[in-house]
Ligand binder design. Structure first.
Ligand code: DGL
Length: 267
């Protein structure tokens, strides 16, 4: 029997589903095992050492599932563990930050790039580090903590959300950026509201899409792509309630979310 190793995708909660969907769009024959640490989400308001501890527990759990690559589908976790994770695991580790920063630098015409993200990602300075060596780029960072709460509650539109979006984003519009990085994987689910407020002249860069492109490139370059044109299997794991995960997951992503199991990442 041929055994297909899955790609492990990890996020604090539902946001990484945007990455998982992009991975499946770009790599439709690859099995994916997704782990959402919903029992401990959100990560954004937590300290970086705490995020690091939780993220490594979750990544250790996924690594033990015999995955062929790990995708850290969470900017906050990538900010906290990326370097450690690359040393800790024998499989390739793909993150969201470097691919998104690279794409934004490629797109901007004025060099004025905005990034919206969690407080943990903003505190880490990881996007600043990612563009530090690029001459002529100025980064404006705005934490948008309430956005994650809306997504985790399955809310992606409505008057209240639009008010919050204006409050966070109008200062960025005034800062005259021409490119905006959605530096939290929950935010692509709010891209309707975000692009409505930012207007047509600001290009949005989704860390989810860029991360999936990077996953394709890394697997291709390392000869790890699945060669058969088989139908992939998807598994969804949560540290919280599987019913809740399936309910919110389906509300956000439709029938794509199936087979939800509960796991405990700690002994
Ligand atoms: N989706 C995550 C990110 O990209 C984290 C959101 C959270 O748990 O606060 O940062």
């Amino acid at each position: 029997m041929i055994c297909v190793q899955p790609i492990g995708v990890f996020d604090s909660g539902f946001g990484g589903l945007t990455v998982a969907r992009a991975v499946i769009d770009q790599l439709p024959h690859e099995d994916v095992v997704y782990l959402g640490d919903t029992a401990r989400a959100p990560y954004g308001p937590k300290s970086l050492p705490e995020v690091r501890e939780y993220a490594l527990e979750c990544l250790d759990y996924l690594a033990a599932q015999d995955v062929k690559a790990l995708v850290i589908a969470c900017n906050s976790a990538s900010s906290a563990v990326l370097r450690d994770a690359r040393e800790r695991y024998s499989v390739p580790v793909v993150d969201v930050i470097l691919p998104a920063a690279r794409r934004a630098v490629g797109i901007t015409k004025t060099g004025r790039i905005g990034v919206i993200c969690t407080q943990a990602t903003a505190n880490s300075g990881s996007y600043d580090d990612a563009v530090a060596a690029v001459p002529g780029v100025e980064l404006v960072t705005t934490p948008c903590p309430l956005f994650v709460e809306y997504v985790e509650a399955g809310v992606t539109s409505g008057a209240e959300l639009m008010d919050v979006a204006r409050e966070y984003l109008l200062p960025l519009r005034a800062a005259d950026i021409d490119t905006l990085i959605l530096g939290c994987t929950h935010y692509p689910l709010l891209s309707g509201a975000i692009s409505y407020v930012m207007g047509p002249d600001v290009a949005l860069v989704s860390s989810a899409d860029e991360c999936a492109r990077e996953a394709f490139a890394v697997l291709n370059d390392q000869g790890l792509l699945e060669e058969s044109h088989r139908q992939a299997e998807l598994r969804f794991l949560t540290t919280g309630s599987p019913e809740l995960f399936a309910g919110v997951g389906r509300r956000l992503m439709g029938g794509f979310v199936s087979q939800v199991e509960q796991v405990y990442t700690t002994a």
